[in-house]
Design a protein around this ligand. Structure first.
Ligand code: AMP
Length: 427
C-alpha cells in the first residue's frame, strides 16, 4: 500500500450509515416500545443469525423475486459455501422452526425480532442497503382474526411512537387453488401490451406477471391499470377469509382501503397481504408490510403450519415518529489532589453500583475548570471532593439546574440525587 492510499479516508459503505449516540437514543426507545408491546400480545423474541445459506432465500423469498434476482449480498466463504446476508427475516424463522421442532410446542407460535437486513438496492431517501426491521411472525393460526390482530398490533405500536396520518392497504393474493387461473389471465393481459412494458416487466410477464404491479415505471403502471384483478378470481375459501379479515378490522375500528394491486414483493404470500403507508415519506412510503404464508413451512419440508407476519422498517418509522427520549441525569465528580481523586473513583464506583450515572475525568483541573467542564457536558450535579471534604467526611453537592448546594455525607447526598431522579422520571 503506498502512502497516498494509506492516508485515504475510509467511509461507511454506500447505503449504510452510522447511528451516532444522540440518534441511537431514539432507536432505543422505538425498540424498547416494540418489545414491550409485542410481549403484551404474547410474542417472544427469536434471534436468528445474520448469515444464512443462500438457498434459504432462493427457496423461501422466491427465485423470481427482485430480492433474490438482484438484491442479495451473497459470497462464498472459506469453506466454499454460498452464504447470504439475510435480506428478510421470515425464511430464517421458518428454518429455525423446522430445525428446532418448534412446531411441537403449543400453537400458535408468536415470535418477534429486531435487527439489520441487507439488500443491494439503489440507495435513496428511505432506502438503504443495510436497513433495520422490526419483524413479527405467527405460526399455526388459521383464523382471520389473527390477521386483523397483527394489523391492530402494528397500529398500536405506530400510535405509541406518535406516527400519524397512516393509511392501511389490504388485499388478498389468493392461494394455490385460485392464483394459477388469475396468473393465466394476467399473463394474457400482459402479453397483449408487452411492447408498452419496460424490459424488466416483459420478463416478469412470463415468469411472474403479478410482480408487474410493483413496477414504478409510468407506462407499466398505466398498462397494469387495465389488467384483471385478483379479487375477481378468489376461490370461496380465500374470499371468505378476506371478508372475515376485513370484518375484524372493522371491529377494531381500523380504517383501510382495498388495493387489489397490492401484491407485495415476495413469492410466498397467500391470502392476506397488507401495507401501512404514510403520506410523509414520498416514494418510499411503506412503513410496514405483511401477509400470510400458509404454504411456506410445508414447502421447506416442515409440517403443515400456516403463518402470517409483518416487517416494519425502523429507519422509515423513525423518520415519521414523534419520540421523546428520557432525560439523562448524571453526576460529575470534581476533585482536587491525588487523595481526592482516589476517593472520587471509589465514590463513582459505589454510586454507579447503586444506579447513578457518574463521570470522573482525569485531566488535572482547578475547581473553576471542573465547573466549566461540568457545565459544558450538561451534568445535572457536581459532587465536590477536595482535601477539606476528605478531612471532614462531608461533601458538597451542587444541583446544576438551580444552583442549589447541599452538604452531607456520601449516603445523604446519594439519597438526594436518587430522590430528584425519581421526581424527574415521574414528571
Ligand atoms: P418488505 O420486507 O420489502 O416487505 O419490507 C418491509 C418494510 O421494511 C418496508 O415497509 C420498509 O419500511 C422497510 N424496508 C424495506 N426495504 C428497505 C430498504 N431498502 N431500506 C429501508 N427500509 C426498507
Amino acid at each position: 500500500m503506498n502512502e497516498e492510499t494509506n492516508k485515504k479516508e475510509i467511509s461507511a459503505i454506500k447505503g449504510t450509515k452510522d447511528i451516532l449516540p444522540q440518534e441511537a437514543r431514539y432507536w432505543q426507545v422505538a425498540e424498547a416500545t416494540a418489545r414491550q408491546i409485542f410481549e403484551l400480545y404474547g410474542y417472544r423474541e427469536l434471534r436468528a443469525p445474520v448469515i444464512e445459506p443462500t438457498e434459504l432465500f432462493e427457496k423461501g423469498t422466491g427465485a423470481s423475486s427482485d430480492i433474490v434476482t438482484k438484491e442479495m449480498y451473497t459470497f462464498v466463504d472459506k469453506g466454499g459455501r454460498s452464504i447470504t446476508l439475510r435480506p428478510e427475516y421470515t425464511p430464517s424463522v421458518v428454518r429455525a422452526i423446522i430445525e428446532h421442532r418448534l412446531d411441537l410446542q403449543p400453537q400458535p407460535l408468536r415470535f418477534y425480532y429486531i435487527g439489520p437486513m441487507f439488500r443491494y438496492d439503489k440507495p435513496q431517501k428511505g432506502r438503504y442497503r443495510q436497513f433495520h426491521q422490526i419483524d413479527i411472525e405467527v405460526f399455526g393460526e388459521k383464523d382471520p382474526a389473527v390477521d386483523a390482530e397483527i394489523v391492530e398490533m402494528a397500529h398500536h405500536l405506530l400510535k405509541k411512537l406518535g406516527v400519524e396520518k397512516v393509511e392501511t392497504l389490504v388485499n388478498s393474493v389468493g392461494c394455490k387453488k385460485c392464483r394459477p387461473a388469475y396468473g393465466q389471465a394476467l399473463r394474457q393481459a400482459a402479453r397483449a401490451v408487452k411492447d408498452r412494458l419496460c424490459p424488466d416487466c416483459q420478463r416478469k410477464a412470463e415468469i411472474n406477471p403479478l410482480r408487474i404491479f410493483d413496477c414504478k415505471v409510468e407506462t407499466c403502471r398505466e398498462a397494469a391499470a387495465t389488467f384483471p384483478l385478483i379479487t375477481e378470481y378468489l376461490c370461496e375459501e380465500c374470499r371468505t377469509h378476506f371478508e372475515q379479515f376485513r370484518s375484524y378490522l372493522d371491529f377494531y375500528g381500523i380504517n383501510y382501503r382495498i388495493d387489489p394491486t397490492l401484491v407485495r414483493g415476495l413469492d410466498y404470500y397467500t391470502k392476506t397481504a397488507f401495507e401501512i403507508v404514510t403520506e410523509h415519506l414520498g416514494a418510499q412510503n411503506a412503513i410496514c408490510g405483511g401477509g400470510r404464508y400458509d404454504d411456506m413451512v410445508k414447502e421447506f419440508g416442515g409440517p403443515d403450519l400456516c403463518g402470517i407476519g409483518f416487517a416494519m422498517g425502523v429507519e422509515r418509522l423513525l423518520s415519521v415518529a414523534r419520540i421523546t427520549t428520557p432525560k439523562e441525569s448524571f453526576v460529575y465528580i470534581a476533585y482536587l489532589g491525588e487523595e481526592a481523586k482516589k476517593k472520587s473513583l471509589a465514590t463513582a464506583r459505589e454510586w454507579r453500583q447503586k444506579g447513578v450515572e457518574c463521570l470522573v475525568e482525569f485531566k488535572d483541573r482547578n475547581m473553576k475548570a471542573h465547573f466549566s467542564r461540568a457545565n459544558k457536558i450538561g451534568a445535572d450535579w457536581v459532587l465536590i471532593i477536595g482535601e477539606n471534604e476528605l478531612a471532614r467526611g462531608l461533601f458538597q453537592l451542587k444541583d446544576m439546574n438551580n444552583s442549589q448546594q447541599y452538604e452531607g455525607t456520601n449516603e445523604e447526598l446519594l439519597k438526594i440525587v436518587k430522590q430528584k431522579g425519581k421526581q424527574d422520571a415521574s414528571t
